[in-house]
Design a protein. Structure first.
Length: 630
């Protein structure tokens, strides 16, 4: 295992230093401005004493000069993201930063507190709120606002308010239209695949040191505590709505299909403050994250920022977001916002321009560069998203995955293609021998690519695995993007040690499961059906939730499950009855259908073989499926 920067990597880091913007110290000044207090290492533990969050492992980031194993620009960003504690943004507005990937914003109303985005975990949210209360007048929380539908912005809600108080009308929970659908559905249908890919994006299974995980671009990482959810009691449905909450006037600006499918900005006229949620942060963001998601609309994203620039920026003294640190001064925040606006518009327009010249996504990504006016801005650099993969996202948005070349329309799988490549190149040993020379020249992209063919052809070829890992490691060291660094370094580790080198425990949050509609459950059930096992089956069941009174007609035919609302007793061959609570227990893996049947919590009337046959078609998903090998 190398863990050392090679000669070509050291040379690449020196070249990167020469290309960086001028350091004026302003980011450090603004990242620390308004600091009030913190707790040691921002440490958060759960009720059992287990560590949920800490920045103690990032002490190696103290030196200002980056080591050879980290891109100097990413090292700078990682050090800025170490700031943690309670910060004053302006009168009545405070933020707790560095206790999660996201920030918690606390607004002081006339009689209570308005909280925007209560972090990922209830444990972190509780510690963050207690930090605030230790240094500011103690007031009750009267409203919680979810800026958008990603879990690091709502998952800690039960750490700051109780569901009972929300149900009693003591606390408003406010969200953009479509919030619940997107907050839950994104993690259901493709949840297993997205969860595995997120390991590569965030690198949370990697060690924390100068050779491994140092940051995630938006912040250090994602909290590992209890994700909760309280459904909103108040949805913002119009493009712009103004409401007064506990004496604070808030203008809500909806921004759907931007950084999240359901998202919104906030302007506070009395306080001359503008909150841009996650649409303008101190990094180029993702148009499609490495974990996977629906491709985001760069054109609309830019348009929303322009509206905020026109409508609100002239009347604001500070702009801040739910990641990173604020920008102060009307002129400065306006310039910053205009640059962020143009960043996404440039990527969109230039990608489409070159696409219409017939260039493919990979070709555009290889040649497109930001204009100098944007390259000179620290906040426009690719710490989280990158120009390269954002170009490919724009291409996908318009033209799909297919590059138009029929040779790529029905290409061989990596395993089959790998065997043919290796055979054509003279066998695995010959390929590795040639690649070693390329590695010494620093041609890491090619070495990683060609070793991938060898590994997919011969997974047990030890030399190919190590050489591929070494190439990925050097690419990780050179990456300015935290997400690229994490992906390359985790790929290197898994080539060396295997996908199960670290035990991963996956759990579904009870609030997320309860928030799943019945329809979402049936959609998830349908994607678990093995089509080959279901070949030739014709199953018709009525499914009744006895406690809610809702019923559904299920039809499995042509190996596809379709579901309609309401019973079809004349067509059903069996009726499955259960309480929704039983289904929740099964989804939380606290029970299963067989056990619930034996215990009488699931009842089948009619032909029991209909239900048994349906269960027999279902597959379970391995949360640690292979990625960098067959």
């Amino acid at each position: 295992m190398q863990n050392m920067a090679s000669g070509p990597t050291r040379a690449a880091q020196l070249r990167a230093l020469e290309d960086l913007p001028v350091e004026d110290g302003l980011d450090e000044e603004e990242a620390s401005r308004g600091f009030i207090a913190t707790v040691p290492d921002a440490e958060v533990r759960d009720d059992y004493g287990r560590l949920v969050w800490s920045v103690a492992d990032y002490g190696f980031l103290q030196p200002e000069q980056a080591p050879d194993t980290a891109h100097p620009s990413l090292w700078r960003q990682a050090r800025l993201n170490l700031h943690h504690g309670l910060f004053k943004v302006c009168d009545r507005i405070y933020q707790v930063r560095g206790f999660d990937l996201a920030n918690m914003t606390i607004i002081e109303g006339d009689s209570g507190l308005i909280i925007i985005d209560p972090l990922t975990c209830s444990e972190s949210a509780t510690v963050a709120l207690n930090l605030y209360l230790a240094h500011r007048p103690r007031k009750p929380v009267v409203a919680v606002i979810y800026s958008h539908s990603h879990s690091d912005h709502f998952g800690g809600v039960k750490g700051v308010v109780s569901e009972a108080d929300v149900r009693a009308g003591k606390v408003h929970v406010i969200a953009p239209a479509g919030f619940m659908e997107h907050a839950v559905s994104e993690n259901v249908i493709a949840g297993p695949a997205m969860g595995r890919r997120a390991q590569f994006q965030f690198g949370h299974t990697l060690a924390r040191n100068a050779c491994c995980q140092i940051d995630s671009g938006l912040g250090k990482n994602v909290g590992r505590g209890t994700i909760t959810l309280i459904p909103p009691t108040w949805l913002i449905a119009q493009e712009a709505e103004t409401h007064t909450i506990d004496g604070i006037e808030i203008v809500f600006q909806l921004t759907p299909e931007s950084e999240a499918p359901a998202e919104m900005h906030f302007f506070f006229p009395q306080l001359r403050a503008l909150n841009l949620a996650e649409n303008a942060t101190r990094t180029l963001h993702n148009l499609c994250p490495l974990r996977g998601a629906q491709v985001r609309n760069a054109r609309l994203w830019s348009q929303y920022l322009d509206r905020a620039l026109e409508r609100y920026a002239p009347h604001a003294d500070v702009a801040f977001a739910q990641h990173h640190w604020p920008a102060w001064g009307t002129a400065r925040l306006s310039e910053y916002l205009a640059q962020q606006r143009d960043l996404y518009k440039y990527i969109h327009d230039q990608t489409v321009r070159l696409m219409n010249h017939g260039m493919t996504a990979s070709e555009i990504a290889e040649v497109l560069r930001l204009p100098g006016s944007l390259r000179r801005q620290w906040h426009a650099r690719g710490y989280y998203g990158t120009l390269s993969h954002n170009v490919k996202a724009v291409y996908q948005h318009y033209l799909s995955w297919y590059d138009g070349n029929p040779a790529n329309l029905h290409a061989l799988t990596p395993e089959a293609g790998g065997r043919k490549y290796v055979e054509y190149m003279g066998g695995a040993d010959a390929v590795v021998a040639r690649a070693r020379a390329d590695f010494e020249r620093g041609e890491y992209r090619w070495v990683a690519q060609v070793m991938n063919h060898v590994v997919f052809a011969e997974p047990g070829h030890t030399e190919a695995r190590e050489l591929g890992a070494a190439a990925m490691e050097q690419m990780g060291f050179q990456a300015e993007s935290a997400t690229w660094r994490n992906a390359f370094l985790l790929g290197a580790r898994e080539l060396r040690l295997g996908a199960r080198a670290v035990e991963i425990k996956t759990a579904r949050g009870s609030d997320m499961v309860r928030a799943m509609t019945d329809e979402m459950f049936f959609d998830y059930l349908a994607v678990r059906i093995n089509g080959e096992r279901a070949e030739g089956m014709q199953l018709r069941l009525d499914w009744v939730m006895t406690d809610t009174g809702r019923s559904y007609a299920l039809n499995l035919e042509n190996s596809a499950l379709t579901v309609r609302s309401g019973r079809r007793p004349e067509a059903a061959l069996a009726t499955v009855s259960m309480e929704r609570a039983t289904l929740d227990a099964i989804l939380l893996r606290k029970s299963d259908f067989s056990k619930a049947l034996a215990e009488g919590r699931v009842r089948v009337d009619g032909d029991p073989q209909q239900f048994s046959a349906l269960l027999g078609t279902l597959e379970t998903f391995d949360p640690q499926f292979n990625v960098i090998e067959p």
